[in-house]
Ligand binder design. Structure first.
Ligand code: PLP
Length: 376
């Protein structure tokens, strides 16, 4: 790296943006599942993981799948979109939210986010509704939560389905009600950097039992639960393995501890960086935030790449926030302009946020960040 950044100091520990903490029963359960030979998509850890997850979210209708992207695809599939049906989605999101709308036969309609909390703005949704609109997809980015009172009320008034993408928000709630329990269908991800991980994994939640049944049938090749090799509907193989569920059970048993540590880390970042020219995602009083990934906006006109290079030289990994989906080649919409989303996407970075990060390490990141911005 010959960009004027200081030389790497290899004596410093490398701080990644994320690493899972698997220090509870994860290993024991995984080996128990392995030794039992129930390594495929049936077994007691699947049942136990689903039950534990359902009790965390407070909804009985859940089904485990093999990642958060297929969780979204399955959820949208269950709505039975017809070609041309529109789904309102923020452009500032992880790409899976948008790809799966297209995969399910729908058309993504990009909506602006609010400048304060970076989330789908209920104010703008109504302006995006057309006679073809079937659903709205609020995405609870970085652990913050969309205004589910207003989104639910609007969807009810206009006859739209709500699909919540809760991949980043396990442990978050709106007015005390956990995310995922507000909508017709909701999804979670258990990728390696999510609050709870199974390696790769996901969960789909349904408000009613009939939709849950459709999801369960569709995730297992559309097979009739009472008649093997008789397929009653279009289906996929989206099942989770018992091995993944074993890790997930070990993780979810420790959810409160993981969340407590992530909240302490977030509070430390906010305290340390108060008075510096950074903009954090705003926190609404209705929200309990899981603090999945600490993300903030650098000051306007600051060179983000240079800041990230300087931090890398200090052995601190950072990453840019998501790019806008309407700028991606396969979703490109040159006619769409979303200035708030575009500004956040251009200035945001995410900082190390994993549960075993120590307070001294948070302090190190903050000092390096302030220094890197001053120098850039
Ligand atoms: C992680 C994530 C997904 C997809 O989850 P995978 O398990 O990686 O497939 C979907 N939406 C959002 C917002 C995410 O952050």
């Amino acid at each position: 790296m010959n960009d004027g950044a200081p030389c790497s100091d290899t004596a410093l520990t490398f701080l990644p943006v994320y690493q899972p903490d698997l220090s509870g029963n994860e290993r024991r359960y995984l080996l128990e599942a392995f030794d039992s030979t129930w390594i495929s998509s049936r077994g007691k850890f699947l049942d136990r993981f689903e039950a534990a997850f359902a009790s965390v979210v407070g909804t009985p209708h859940v089904t485990a799948v093999c990642n958060g992207t297929v969780a979204l695809h399955l959820a949208l599939h269950a709505l039975g979109l017809r070609p041309g049906d529109e789904v309102i989605v923020p452009s500032f999101t992880y790409i899976a939210s948008v790809n799966t709308i297209v995969q399910a036969g729908g058309v993504p309609v990009f909506a602006e986010v609010a400048a304060d909390d970076w989330l789908l703005d209920p104010e703008v949704i109504s302006a995006r509704i057309t006679p073809r609109t079937r659903a709205v997809m609020p995405v609870h980015l970085y652990g913050a939560v969309c205004d589910m009172d207003r989104i639910s009320a609007m969807a009810r008034d206009r006859g739209l389905a709500v699909v919540e993408d809760c991949a980043e928000a396990l442990g978050s709630s709106w007015r005390g009600r956990h995310v995922g329990s507000w909508s017709d269908v909701a999804t979670f991800s258990f990728f390696g950097n999510k609050t709870v991980t199974t390696g790769e994994g996901g969960m789909v939640l349904a408000r009613d039992a009939e939709i849950l049944r459709r999801l369960q049938i569709a995730k297992g090749q559309g097979m009739d639960p009472e008649r093997r090799y008789w397929h009653v509907a279009m289906g996929f193989n989206y099942r989770m393995t018992n091995l993944a569920a074993a890790i997930g059970l070990g993780q979810i048993e420790r959810l409160e501890d993981i969340l407590a540590r992530k909240r302490a880390i977030a509070a430390r970042y906010r305290d340390n960086l108060a008075g510096h020219p950074f903009t954090f995602q705003a926190r609404k009083p209705e929200v309990t935030n899981s603090e999945w990934l600490i993300s903030l906006l650098l000051p306007p006109r600051c060179d983000r790449d240079a800041v990230m290079r300087r931090l890398a030289a200090a052995r601190i990994e950072t990453r840019p926030v998501f790019y806008c989906a309407h700028h991606m080649p396969h979703h490109a919409r040159p006619d769409v302009s979303l200035p708030v989303s575009e500004d956040i996407a251009a200035r945001g970075i995410s900082l190390p946020s994993y549960p075993s990060l120590s307070m001294a390490e948070v302090d190190r990141v903050c000092e390096a960040l302030v220094e890197a911005v001053r120098a850039s």
